[in-house]
Structure formats: C-alpha cells, structure tokens
Design a protein around this ligand. Structure first.
Ligand code: FMN
Length: 206
C-alpha cells in the first residue's frame, strides 16, 4: 500500500519508490513504531529545517502539509505540525484546525516560526489568533525563531514585504526589531538552531 508522500530524507525506510523527485514510501510500522508524523509547510526553507531535525530526532514520518490529506493523519498517534508565520497566521495550519474533531484524541504539537524574536506576549498573540480555546487546551504550542531571506520570496510575497518596508520607512522612530527587519531585506538572517527543538522533542517523548 503506497499511499503517503515522503521526502528524500527518509533513509530509515526500507521500501522506497522514486517518483518525480519525491519518494513514495510504503508504510512500514517497524520503521516508525511510535506512529509519529511531522507535517510542515515552508516557503523559504526555515520550517523545513526544523521539521527535518524533529523528524530525524524521533524517527517520524516527514510529510509536506500541502500534499497531505486529513485522512492521511488518522494513521498516526502523534502529530507535529509546523509552519511559518505569514501576517500572523500559521502557514497551512487549517489541515489541523479544520479537521480537529477527527484528530482531537491524538497527541498534537504545533510549532510556528517567524522573523520576529520569540517573546511571551507574541507567543500568546499568535496562539490566540491560530487556535481556538478548545484547541489550545489539547494542542501543545511552540514558537521558534526562523529567519528571513527576501531573495527567496515569491513575487507576491515580495510585493507584500515591500509594502511593509514602505510603512516602516515612513515611521519617524523605529524599534530595534523594526530596524533589524529593515536590514534583513538586504542582509538575509537565519536564526534556526537545532537546539531549539529540544522542548518539542521532550513533549513528543513524554
Ligand atoms: C508576506 C510575509 C509575511 C510575514 N509575516 C510574518 C509575521 O506576521 N510574523 C513574523 O514573525 N514573521 C513573518 N514573516 C517572516 C516569516 O515568517 C519567516 O521568514 C519564516 O522564517 C518563514 O518560514 P518558512 O520559510 O519556513 O515559510 C513574514 C514573511 C513574509 C514573506
């Protein structure tokens, strides 16, 4: 039964079939006895990096969110979803929130990352915007710091970010974060660090 799409990183799987650059992997419960899935959406690679680190650390299946259907998730006991922040929303999180009633008995963790530094008030704001009260009770939420690389953005995202740049440039007084943001348009930043996944790994293994 070849019914899931995985990434090239899945070296621990025995049965692999190459298909147009992705591997179609046979479900092999011996290779993933804990039935853990790490699902991610990533526009410029920052979330992908964290998702790969997490999947490797816990021997999980790594799935691309945009290619994953809700029913694919029913196979797993633990679901870890990751996505970048775009105007405060977590990229592709609807896969989990829209199907929450079918997934709510599973162990679920959501992580997101943005260009901004991680602070308690920002974590709270993002959590409240993306998960309702019931979801917040059962979904463990994590925020990590990603990065920003203007050159890798889609034309549409470049337009959006240029609008933000104009807005920032019109401001008389900029905060340190805003100055950092403006500088990152010409100097890409990458704050990803494998150590940051430790609380997520701890939660998965609890
Ligand atoms: C159009 C746009 C909107 C963004 N909005 C936010 C935001 O609201 N908060 C934030 O911290 N970062 C924001 N970012 C930065 C991304 O979240 C950051 O680059 C992240 O690391 C992207 O991860 P990804 O490449 O895995 O998608 C935005 C970036 C773009 C291009």
């Amino acid at each position: 039964m070849y019914d899931f799409l995985y990434e090239l990183e899945h070296k621990w799987f025995k049965d692999q079939v190459y298909l147009e650059g992705v591997i179609l992997v046979q479900i092999n419960d011996n290779a993933n006895p804990n039935k853990i899935a790490v699902i991610y959406n990533s526009k410029s690679g920052f979330t992908q990096k964290y998702a790969r680190w997490i999947a490797k650390a816990v021997q999980a299946d790594l799935l691309i969110g945009k290619k994953t259907k809700a029913e694919d998730l029913l196979h797993y006991d633990t679901i870890v979803f990751g996505g970048g922040l775009y105007a405060g929303g977590i990229n592709g999180l609807k896969l989990i929130t829209k199907n929450y009633s079918n997934l709510k008995d599973k162990k679920i963790a959501v992580f997101c990352l943005g260009a901004t530094p991680v602070r308690d008030e920002i974590v709270e704001e993002v959590r409240n915007k993306n998960l309702n009260v019931q979801q917040q009770e059962s979904i463990q939420f994590f925020m990590l710091r990603g990065g920003f690389n203007y050159e890798t953005l889609t034309p549409f995202d470049k337009i959006l970010m240029n609008l933000l740049k104009l807005k920032l440039k019109r401001k008389k007084v900029l905060t340190a974060d805003e100055r950092g943001m403006l500088r990152s348009y010409t100097h890409p930043v990458d704050f990803t660090n494998e150590k940051n996944i430790e609380p997520i790994i701890k939660y998965i293994n609890e």
